[in-house]
Design a binder for this molecule. Sequence first.
Ligand SMILES: [Ca+2]
Length: 470
Amino acid sequence: MRSARRSDPTLLGLVSVFLLVLTVGAYAEKPNIILIFADDLGYGDLGCYGADLATPEIDRLAAQGLRATDCLVGANVCGPSRSALMTGRYPMRVGHPISRHPFPKYAAYGIAPDELTMAELLKSAGYYTKMIGKWHLGFHVEGSHPLDAGFDDYLGLHSNHLASRPDASALYRNREIVRADIPFTEVTKLYTDEAVEFIKADHKEPFFLYFAHHIPHTPIEASEPFVGASGKPGKDGEYSDVVLELDHSVGRVVAALEEAGIVDDTLLVFLSDNGPARFGSAGDLLGGKYVTTEGGHRVPAIFHWPKRIPAAQVSDALMTSMDLLPLFCDVAGVALPTDRTYDGKNIIKLLTGEETQSPHRYFHYYNGLHLQAVRNEKWKLHFPRSSDDQPYWAKRDSGKRVYTTLEAPLLFNLDTDAGERKNVYSQHPEVVAELMREAERIRAEIGDLHMVGRDQRPHGLANPQEKGEP
Ligand SMILES: [Ca+2]
């Protein structure tokens, strides 16, 4: 009798239907995820971060969601910032602490195939994973292409757009060149068209879209409809025009979500990969891209998900770009792998307003391979440095490149001096001692310029801090 019941086709059918309902039910709870990554957009470049330029689309996202005022990226330049973003780990830990160039030196330097990206983890939960834009993690290195890193499909340029290098202005779909030489001014619209079409498609599964812009990175060139749009003169005006083009693109993505009726079920994150370069503003923060002051690492970061993130929130809790991987895993129902250390933390409760305290105790500022500062939520300690310690992008002071050499350590209270201008080192020896201990701990774990950490993946570069020859 019992064996007959086990093989009862009606009962098996009911069990199957029940399991199907469970599966579909779980699916319906998984949000789509869109990650929009700007390139070199400064902390002070958006209206909602105090710029004297209205960026209505992004400002609206901030008003409808959460705007973070203390979100740090894992590195202050494009390549390693992306290795941190994709893996949820410091670039030193994953063996990708240097920004690569299309030079022979970097021929075998890409994101390691056995690092797990957010795309691979989301794919394991049934997500369709798409990438549009700038990869910059070793596109031509075997095992380091976006399709090797968990993306189902890809459209974009392998690194920065360089009109002077034919391969650097080639548009790829997956592994094939589909346009040999695309003008820079066509890229943003083309990418945005692709994103809109993708969002409006009939999706059978939740999707993850990683949309990595080339703007407002150099060349500072807006496409024709945006030339002069800011009404500002000179090169700063041209930069503002590009920011408006970026804003317009974000608006089209949101409009597509609304038209598809899925905006409430989509977690949309907008942030920048590092601080502003020559043009652009870090607001009241000191420095910009290339250096380890707040202007290099602190970026605009906006979280939008009407179903779970209450509107009109501003959070001053310390967050990092590396938190996005654990966050995405949480909302997708993926258990974080336990075979590796994650530097990012799940920040879902900060976003929903259930918590206001950062899950982070410390943040570590590396410039290339060199540990230059450690902070907790309030205090930041900079260590002495010479130009020899610096990676090629920070060898000397110029423009927003500041504190490239320091003869003595500096301590700042970021609560009252986020601009890192008032050194209080001598007043707080106990804070200095604590941050020094933390520096020793992280050096032992993920290394420093002249030492290898016990959990540091080899980068494989000779003279890693030097740029190399074309
Ligand atoms: Ca960048």
